[in-house]
Design a protein around this ligand. Structure first.
Ligand code: GSH
Length: 229
């Protein structure tokens, strides 16, 4: 039911104290987007995605839901184990596991090390896991899908309840996408409005079909109709 879906997604945002709503520490800009192997319900991945919004960074997301085959095996080959998140920065050649190390790295490279919020002990793990429970573990397990030729593009920010609903489905369907983080205060908002006419997210653009969509429930229906098997 739509009202439960949106209500539980709002609850997930509140449980995480609305982390990843706005930009607070954007520094040097990477030429190429960062790549992240992750899955939506993972509390460690959630922390990293919140940092990406705070730093106003885009990312190539390679979704690795449990039982997924598209990118999990690729990561094991590359990094040696199935542990998420895993980050690759094509601009510096650095790659790493461990969410806290990734966040330290991103703040030092693309924000400022002094603006990096403290790790806060077990709180992100507890609240991030609770948020996933409230969402009934959506964004955890794979759904069979056709692989797109080109990655999709999603304009989103981490705390948005509506964007979460879309990210969960992209994750379950193992659809790679370029995540344009566009939190409050993002330098990319003006260009978005100029290009699309209004400031509203989520916005999904599928270069494989030329389709562009705003409403989260319509986006999910589109993804299912186009890619689910
Ligand atoms: N200390 C690591 C913990 C990462 C971790 O345990 N990730 C879990 C997902 S929440 C994982 O990779 N599980 C293996 C799997 O899903 O197959 C970090 O902070 O990045």
């Amino acid at each position: 039911m739509r009202v439960l879906d949106v209500g539980s997604s709002i609850a997930a945002t509140l449980i995480r104290f609305a982390g990843g709503a706005s930009v607070n520490a954007a520094g040097a800009r990477p030429k190429e987007p960062i790549t992240i192997y992750e899955f939506e319900s993972c509390p460690f991945c959630r922390k990293v995605r919140e940092a990406l919004t705070s730093l106003d960074l885009d990312a190539r997301i390679l979704p690795c839901p449990k039982r997924g085959e598209r990118y999990r095996a690729e990561l094991v080959e590359r990094g040696g184990k199935a542990q998420f998140p895993y980050m690759i920065d094509p601009n510096t050649g650095r790659e790493m596991y461990e969410s806290d190390d990734i966040i330290d790295y991103l703040y030092a490279e693309y924000g400022s090390a002094s603006a990096r919020p403290g790790p806060k002990g077990a709180v992100p793990l507890l609240t991030g896991s609770l948020a996933s429970m409230v969402r009934a573990q959506q964004g955890t397990f794979v759904r069979r899908s056709k692989a797109p030729e080109e990655p999709l593009e999603l304009w989103s920010f981490e705390a948005s309840p509506f964007c979460r609903i879309v990210r969960e489905r992209l994750c379950e369907l193992e659809l790679p996408y370029l995540l344009h983080n566009i939190g409050k205060g993002s330098a990319k908002r003006e260009a978005f409005v100029t290009r699309f006419g209004t400031m509203r997210v989520p916005y999904l653009l599928d270069p494989n079909t030329g389709k562009g969509l705003y409403e989260s429930d319509e986006i999910v229906a589109y993804l299912d109709a186009t890619y689910a098997r």
